[in-house]
Design a protein around this ligand. Structure first.
Ligand SMILES: C[S@@+](CC[C@H](N)C(=O)[O-])C[C@H]1O[C@@H](n2cnc3c(N)ncnc32)[C@H](O)[C@@H]1O
Length: 288
């Protein structure tokens, strides 16, 4: 097995210590990863362990007192401050990921899943893995029956992403491969390919070779220059339904007496480009 095909293996005990099981029951169990949040909405995503105590700006939290609470229930810190115990969403858990790279933000993640047409049981390729945020969202979407093939050329990033996915128990739905994608993908006939690399236009041939006819290509790039290069390349190749889109999210103040947009907003993440893979055979010229 060559270096480029190596699947990274991690130290199991390290992961077990940090493992976050997204809770499914109605009451808090040992081993559940929970969201603890008070009036100021500063979130704490932590795993429930017997004897665990943490210090927060709202006071001490004794985890033994949380076991058996119903999700949604209020509890009090050592300082008498109230907090609620909730099930964390993937968005909450992403805040706990080790970040070695820029990640795809939640506002884009959800829309990309929709645009890639993903459902339970489907297969999807993504590159680069980066910190694994996109891989986690893809893995959640395709379920146990589907699979995610994630490619990254930096070993340390791949390792960190694998650790992140193990932490939330989604790693078995993902095959991580250390490889520069200029060498191509190993899979064929996948439902979708998503590229989060600086030069996606250089990998359209390898993406098309991995996709089934009608399969969906997606990419995210931060600058207009990259969008132009990508669109130019797409229009020259076996692609159809080419789209470029940007999502702008503005959050609002929710106090009923003064409901209005926040003054601050996250202005720019990236431009999303999508296209469908087609069979573009060369039609031979008919000689007269
Ligand atoms: C912005 S990060 C991806 C972030 C990821 N989508 C996430 O949500 O966490 C881009 C990654 O692509 C990787 N990359 C860039 N070019 C690549 C290539 N040709 N082959 C494999 N990985 C590549 C980089 O090493 C980097 O880790």
């Amino acid at each position: 097995m060559g270096v480029n095909h190596r699947i990274i293996v991690v130290h199991q005990t390290l992961i077990e210590r940090h493992k976050m099981t997204l809770p499914k029951s109605l009451t808090v169990q040992i081993g559940d990863t929970v969201l603890l949040i008070g009036k100021d909405r500063k979130p704490f995503v932590r795993t429930v362990r017997q004897g665990r105590v943490i210090q927060t700006h709202l006071g001490e939290i004794v985890f033994d007192q949380l076991i058996g609470l119903r999700y949604g229930e209020k509890f009090y810190t050592g300082n008498g401050q109230f907090m609620y115990i909730l099930q964390p969403t993937l968005e909450d858990v992403l805040t706990q990921f080790q970040r070695r790279t820029q990640i795809i933000y939640p506002k884009d993640l959800g829309y990309i899943l929709l645009k890639l047409g993903l459902q339970q049981g489907m297969s999807v390729i993504e590159a680069g893995t980066g910190s694994g945020a996109m891989a986690a969202a893809l893995a959640l979407m395709v379920g146990d029956e589907g699979h995610v093939y994630s490619y990254e050329r930096h070993a340390s990033r791949l390792q960190a992403a694998l650790d992140n996915l193990k932490m939330i128990g989604l790693d078995e739905r993902v095959t991580f491969t250390l490889r520069d994608i200029s060498e191509g993908f190993e899979q064929k006939e996948v439902h979708a390919v998503f590229l989060d690399v600086p030069n996606p236009y250089d990998y359209l041939d390898v993406a098309r070779a991995a996709l089934r006819g009608g399969g969906i290509l997606g990419a995210i790039v931060p600058t207009a220059n990259q969008v132009i290069d990508l669109l130019t390349a797409l229009y020259q190749g076996p692609w159809f339904m080419i789209q470029a889109e940007e999502l702008i999210l503005r959050s609002w103040k929710t106090a009923p007496a003064r409901v209005r947009p926040d003054e601050q907003m996250f202005g720019h993440t990236g431009i999303l480009v999508f296209a469908r893979a087609i069979h573009k055979e060369v039609v031979p010229e008919i000689s007269s």
